[in-house]
Structures are given as C-alpha cells and as structure tokens.
Design a protein around this ligand. Structure first.
Ligand code: DGL
Length: 416
C-alpha cells in the first residue's frame, strides 16, 4: 500500500481537473436532451411522476450485489404505517431494481494510484447516466427514480459530482452512497466498544480519506485504514489476479498489523468496517486472516500481534445502513411504488468494446489502455453495458453470490 501511496504522490496529472470533468459531462448530457447519445438521458422522463420507476444501483463489479441483497431483505418498518419495527415484509417489497456493475473498467480502487482520479470521476458520472438513461447495448431500459452508489470507492470519488450533476440538470432523483451510511452504522451499532476501528477498503478509498472524515463526524474512536490493491478483483474472479483471496488477506492483514505494531502499543482492533462492497462476500476469510496473525508465534515463541487483535471482531457492513438511508429518502419524497407486482429486476455488466489489440490475454482491457484514457471524451464507447446473467459470472463468484446473496441470486435467475 505504501508503494501505491507514493506512486500517487509523485505521479504527474496532465489530465482534466475534477471540475472540468464534471462540467464536460454536464454539458454533454445537456446537448442530448432526447437521450439519443451514449451517456445521456431523456430530460422529459424526469418531468413526469417518478414513483413507479425502478431504483438504480451501481458498483464497479459484482460487489454491489451485497448492497442489493441488503436492500432486498431490509425490514425495519411497518410497510403500511412506516413505523419503526419489522413487520415480516421487506421494506422495498414493491420496488424494482436495475443493477449495473462496471466490471470492464474495474478495479476502481486503483485509479488513484495510477494518478487517474479524473478518469475515475468520469466513469462514475457515466454509470449514473447509464442508469438515468433509456438504453443499454442490446435494447431499452427504464429510467430510474433513485440511484444507490453501491461502491465505496465510487462514493468517495463521485457522490458529490453526481449530486452536483443532478442539480445542474434539475433532476429530482434521489442519490445515496455507502460511506456516510457506513460511518453512521459504526456509531449506532457499536456503542460501548473501546477498541480501535480498522476500515478495510480499496487503496483508492483509503487515499481519499472519506471514511476517517465521515467517522470523525459521528464517533471519537481511533480509525486505521487497511487498503488492498487486489482483493476486490480476486473476489470478482479476475483471471489476472493469481493469488487466492486467502493469501491476499493473509499478506494484507500481516502488513497492516506490522505497521500498527511498529507505531507502538495501543488498544486492540475490535471493529472492522467492511469499506468495500466486495468484502462482505469473504467476511469469514477476513476474520480468519486476523485470527491467523493474532495467534501467530514468532521463532522466539512470542506472539507479536496477540494484543493488537480483539478476541471477538465485530463487523460493520454499510449496506444495511445504506438501505435505511434510501428508505428514509423515498419516504420523505413520498416516492414508494404503489403496487407490489412489478417486472423482474434488471442486471447489467460492462464489457470491453475495443479492437482486439487493446485487450489482454484474459480478454479484459490492458492496464496501459485502462489507465491511459483521456477524460473529457464523454460519448466514447470503449465499453458497453450488456444484460448480466448468472452464467456470465466466473464459477467462484457465482458460488459466492448463490451462497451468500440468495435473494439476489433468485432475482438473477429470473433473467435467464
Ligand atoms: N466494490 C468497490 C468498493 O466498494 C471497489 C472495487 C474496485 O476496486 O473496483 O470500493
């Protein structure tokens, strides 16, 4: 992680400034009010009643499905009165979801280290535009009444941009991200905990400092960050990542604890914020890696990390708190759909759409191409969003989704 941080600090940035990226995206969509160009929407769709429209959810890949699962199982209210308290009926029972995983452009978490947060910001704005628009690569899709950024990195780098763009376009679309919800989840769910907090996230999310900032507003607990450069891609089944999830975690947690030990004694790490939406899929392996180092015995018989890891680790998954934030926003806007039987959810995944020479041996965009693209060419079509079916997932990822996210898995099956 240190290497990546120093790369970030030394890399030159001969690209567009963040506000220029935002301005160009805003201007591009304004120039296409009929939604007839890539990265645009039909303005008239948002001057009509929005209540019956679906809810858009996006991530850089399949990790955001953990957030979709949380939305589907959220039951914290009486659906008739809205009063606090589960009623056995999911709170979003009447809602239809549209999911986008921008897998062709992931990992979002590594754009910062490549000095390309400008391009990442553009990708995130384009994800939002895809959900707002009416088209996908193979046909039509409905516009959306709300967008959930089911990606910590995208929330850290793009939530403010997307909110500013909605304001500029005068669209009353609800926008919710995962980071502030995660911080509130930590403050509300972990009262009385004394130990240190470790935020496990992508390197990009760590560099943005979004979590320490958000947690600092609601809690006085000490926050450390553990950035992982390849864990999300490994969970995604990316063939370019050769190490297993278990080995990546062993190494990253080991580096993290070594750094903490070098700083000196302190309260044990007791709460882990799963600050990347992919991580809840491997929560057991995360605990196993911390337990491995807690029990680790050095050749001299000492246990150098035993006092740094609490005997019982608590997890905070921002997903459920994000679901609650969305529920509150829909209620405040009186925007719940009025009937429970709706069409099946829709799922999309981005795939490369470039000349074969720009593809690596694994079929994905090469790193040079991925991180060498210029921002500002908003209508570019080098990736396209196609319908996602369960069969498109690598077997290991399909297994994780099937076992850990049953409601989402069922919904994906309905798309066969
Ligand atoms: N799932 C994303 C997050 O929550 C990150 C994965 C990636 O690096 O693309 O941050």
């Amino acid at each position: 992680m240190r290497l990546l941080l120093s790369l970030l600090l030394t890399s030159a940035a001969p690209f567009l400034r963040a506000d220029e990226v935002l301005d160009r995206v805003i201007a591009h969509a304004r120039a296409h009010p009929e939604g007839d160009a890539p990265a645009s929407f039909r303005a008239a769709d948002y001057r009509a009643e929005l209540r019956e429209l679906p809810i858009g959810v996006f991530d850089s890949g399949v990790g955001g499905l953990t957030v979709l699962e949380a939305l589907k199982k959220h039951d914290r209210h009486d659906n008739r009165t809205g009063a606090e308290g589960a009623d056995g009926v999911p709170d979003f029972q009447g809602e239809r979801f549209i999911y986008l995983g921008d897998q062709a452009n992931m990992p979002y978490g590594n754009y910062a280290a490549a000095g390309r947060t400008d391009f990442l910001r553009e990708l995130i704005l384009r994800d939002g535009l895809f959900l707002l628009g009416r088209r996908h690569a193979r046909g039509d899709k409905p516009p959306v009444k709300a967008i959930v950024i089911a990606c910590n990195t995208a929330t850290a780098y793009g939530l403010e941009d997307l909110r500013a763009a909605l304001k500029a376009w005068d669209l009353p679309v609800i926008m919710v991200g995962v980071v502030e919800a995660g911080a509130r989840g930590l403050a509300e769910s972990d009262k009385g905990a004394q130990g240190r907090v470790a935020v496990l996230a992508t390197v990009g999310t760590c560099v943005s400092e979004a979590y320490p900032r958000a947690i600092g507003k609601v809690s006085s607990r000490q926050v450390w960050q553990m950035g992982s450069a390849s864990l999300a891609a490994a969970i995604e089944g990316d063939p370019s990542v050769k190490a297993s999830v278990r080995d990546i975690l062993r190494e990253d947690v080991g580096d993290f604890l070594r750094e903490a030990a070098a700083v000196g004694p302190g309260a044990p790490f007791e709460t882990l914020v799963l600050g990347c939406t992919h991580y809840p899929l491997v929560a057991d392996a995360i605990d196993e890696a911390f337990a491995h180092w807690r029990d680790f015995r050095a050749p001299d018989g000492s246990r150098p990390y035993a006092s740094l890891v609490a005997p019982r680790l608590r997890h905070v998954d921002p997903a459920a708190w994000t679901a609650e934030e969305l529920w509150r926003a829909l209620r405040a806007a009186e925007r719940f759909a009025s009937h429970a039987d709706h069409e099946p959810d829709l799922f999309f995944l981005s795939v490369p759409s470039v000349a074969p020479a720009l593809l690596g041996s694994d079929g994905g965009l090469t790193k040079d191409y991925k991180y060498g693209r210029l921002s500002g060419q908003v209508g570019r079509v080098d990736t396209i969003n196609v319908p996602l079916t369960a069969e498109m997932l690598p077997p290991s990822t399909a297994k994780l989704v099937r076992e850990k996210l049953p409601l989402t898995w069922r919904s994906l099956q309905a798309r066969r």
